[in-house]
Design a protein around this ligand. Structure first.
Ligand code: F6P
Length: 331
């Protein structure tokens, strides 16, 4: 029988457990043996694994995080690390490896491709939604719902004080989280990679201060500025401080951080993860390799791993237009 290896790698994402469950159950259904490697690629390097049988994955579909644990693995950037990982797959006679993760994790698979004949299948697991070849990544829907719930609460207190808030959101280098959350929370400002050039920092600051002044005259209440991480030098704290200093504005600052990565996956992530997990096993049975399984317009898709990570998936223009036409900002 075929032996399948499975690992979760990079930033964990709600729904990874649902994918682990689906892969384990579908593997058992087709009488394949499933090996779960612990702590991402470290599990291969350290030969740290368990056998995943249906009994091991009961009652996990609703849990955040990943029962296999995750890690970022710098050793996979080195030839020695890659060869160690491959030698474990060879030693255990693994026929196919499924990696659930983001672009860094897919790079690890591409590096192994030159040294290993087995099948390599990627599943998009990241809250950032930045992979090409799938409409949604596993974890994104939960992350935006979590952020929306948190920001609704911030809006309440901001409103009570007619206060300005800067809220920093994750997303690494893309604005899928920022724009989706911003539209869903009717944020007055969304500052993200798609609509802001860090070189234009001073003019942006001046425009925001002018807009806040204008809003005050119009007797508007709270004012929410959503800021994508890794963009404004110094992040939300620096932006908040600049608004205080230069605009004499009372600003609350909140970095949502890893709250966005945790929690029970929403229905959309559980269902997506389950569909993609089953499709991964089916792809292996069809002898596919070097692909990411995704879902576009409700259809399962196979995208070469190289293409999935070649260009970061861009934020939908319509969504950016919706923000441009509804927010009260001066862009
Ligand atoms: O890729 C997921 C993500 O949460 C990004 O949004 C964020 O930039 C990064 O991981 C944070 O990584 P770490 O948990 O290693 O600090």
């Amino acid at each position: 029988t075929l032996k399948i290896g499975l690992l979760t790698s990079g930033g964990d994402a709600p729904g990874m457990n649902a994918a682990i469950q689906a892969i384990t159950l579908a593997a058992a259904h087709h009488k394949l043996t499933c090996y779960g490697f612990h702590h991402g690629y470290n599990g291969l390097i350290n030969q740290d694994y368990c056998i995943l049988a249906p009994d091991n994955v009961t009652n996990i579909i609703h849990q955040g995080g990943t029962i296999l644990k995750s890690a970022r693995c710098p050793e996979m950037m080195t030839q020695t690390g890659i060869k160690q990982a491959v030698s474990c797959l060879i030693k255990e006679n693994i026929d196919a490896l499924i990696v659930i993760g983001g672009d860094g994790s897919f790079n690890g698979m591409l590096a192994m491709q030159d040294h290993w004949q087995g099948k390599l299948i990627g599943l998009p697991g990241t809250i950032d939604n930045d992979l090409d070849g799938t409409d949604f990544t596993i974890g994104f829907s939960t992350a935006i719902n979590t952020a929306i719930n948190a920001i609704d609460k911030i809006r309440d207190t901001a409103d009570a004080f007619d206060r300005v808030f800067v809220v920093e959101l994750m997303g690494r280098h893309s604005g899928h989280i920022a724009f989706n959350v911003g539209v869903a929370c009717a944020a007055e400002q969304i500052i993200s990679f798609e609509n802001f050039d860090p070189l234009a920092q001073e003019s942006k600051l001046a425009k925001i201060i002018a807009d806040i002044e204008q809003q005050k005259q119009n007797k508007a209440h709270s004012y929410l500025i959503l800021l994508a991480e890794n963009l404004w030098p110094g992040g939300a704290h620096a932006l908040g401080e600049a608004l205080k200093q230069q605009g004499n504005i009372d600003v609350g600052i909140c970095v949502l951080g890893h709250i966005q990565r945790g929690g029970s996956p929403v229905a959309k992530d559980r269902i997506l993860a389950t569909k993609l997990g089953v499709a991964a096993i089916e792809a292996i049975l069809l002898e596919k390799s070097g692909i990411m399984i995704g879902e576009c317009e409700s259809k399962i898709t196979h995208t070469p791993l190289t293409k999935a990570i070649q260009h970061q998936k861009i934020v939908n223009d319509d969504l950016i237009n919706v923000y441009d036409s509804t927010a009260s900002h001066m862009s």
